[in-house]
Design a protein around this ligand. Structure first.
Ligand code: NAI
Ligand code: MG
Length: 340
């Protein structure tokens, strides 16, 4: 079979790193059809729209999508981040970020966390208003039972499938009694269906401290949109930061759009210096979820070997360019593929 993959490089270093992940995928004995889609501020400047319907259709009609990064322009009234819009339009309700210790000195040891964040509602529902002549501004925090249930089940199923031991639910139900209260009660109830997974709950502020103090005690973290946004960035920094952090936006039938966590880093754009590892690992994560676990592992092992030998871009202390680092990763892949 051939996998149809929508490739949305976006702009800035998105255009530097996306091609590197394609190079890596092309090394594998798997058939891919890669189809380019436009997205971002440059697309908006050309056509007046940051996320053309054509791109949404392309992604919908693909087996998976890879997204690079976009620039959010300053102060254009009504401009919405096209990746946020894409996640919503395709109902990609789970944002999943694996954070595992990397073999580099900037990574803390003994960490293997997966953050599962609700991706469509909560404080990022986009419902805001201005009242009293601008004196009062309001952002609504919307939770639904459907939204809570599907993210809780998604996280617990992911934990079960991956043989994970513990699920930590993060909330602030002591203050936000309705929204977080519902999320917490449903977490407690639904977790009873998963006796093999240890139930754990934490209040978000204490959680941020615990993550710094004892990150190794956490396994799967399941939480709401904004808390997940913050905690997943915190977890990423524990294991190596923006050059390495990757995530998947996943909806029904395990359909996903995969991306590095970083943005378009304009000052590095087009200079062949950005670290493409996060993008390459996003492609690895995509393969894993497509069921190509063996080849996902070959990419991962090749990346880890490359990093452990210090053959990296500057952000990780090395001296290589973007493309040179990919070449080393591909060299390692070839060795593993020949062995296998
Ligand atoms: P950023 O992630 O683009 O860059 C922050 C800094 O991190 C960079 O200046 C660079 O020092 C480092 N960095 C990030 N990725 C790197 C990589 N692959 N290799 C080496 N170093 C890397 O965040 P920033 O500067 O806050 O935002 C720049 C633009 O990106 C903004 O317009 C912002 O809105 C957008 N953005 C887009 C995201 C997305 O498309 N998902 C996510 C975050 C920001
Ligand atoms: Mg974030």
């Amino acid at each position: 079979m051939t996998y149809k993959i929508a490739v949305l490089p976006g702009e800035g270093i998105g255009e530097d790193v996306a091609p590197e992940s394609i190079k890596v995928l092309k090394e594998l004995p798997i058939d891919f059809e890669f189809v380019h889609g436009d997205i971002g501020y440059e697309t908006y400047q050309k056509s007046g729209i940051a996320l053309p319907d054509k791109t949404v259709e392309l992604v919908k009609n693909s087996d998976s999508a890879l997204f690079g990064a976009v620039t959010t322009p300053p102060n254009i009234p009504g401009y919405k981040s096209p990746i946020v819009t894409l996640r919503k339009r395709l109902n990609l309700y789970a944002n999943v970020r694996p954070c595992k210790t990397f073999p580099t000195s900037i990574s803390r040891e003994g960490i293997d966390i997966i953050v599962v964040r609700e991706n469509t509602e909560g404080l990022y529902s986009g419902i805001e208003r201005v009242e009293d002549g601008g004196n009062r501004v309001i952002t609504e925090r919307v939770f639904t039972k459907t939204g809570c249930e599907r993210i809780i089940r998604y996280g617990l199923e992911l934990a079960k499938k991956n043989g994970r031991k513990k699920a930590t639910f993060v909330h602030k139900a002591n203050v936000m009694r309705e929204t977080c209260g519902m999320f917490l009660r449903m977490s407690q109830e639904i977790s009873k269906e998963y006796p093999e997974i240890e139930y754990d709950e934490r209040i978000v502020d204490a959680m941020t401290m615990q993550l710094i103090k004892n990150p190794e005690i956490f396994d799967v973290i399941i939480t709401t949109n904004m808390f997940g946004d913050i905690l997943s960035d915190e977890c990423s920094m524990l294991v190596g930061g923006l050059g390495l952090a990757y995530s998947g936006n996943i909806g029904d039938n395990n359909f996903g759009v995969y991306e590095p966590v970083h943005g378009s880093a304009p000052k590095y754009a087009g200079k062949n210096v950005a670290n493409a590892t996060a993008m390459i690992l996003a492609a690895k994560f995509m393969l894993q979820n497509l069921g190509e676990v063996k080849y996902a592992k070959i990419i991962e092992d090749s990346v880890l070997k490359t990093i452990s030998e210090g053959k990296t871009t500057k952000d990780l202390g090395g001296t290589l360019s973007t493309t040179d680092m990919t070449d080393v990763i591909i060299g390692n892949m070839r060795t593993l593929l020949n062995k296998g």
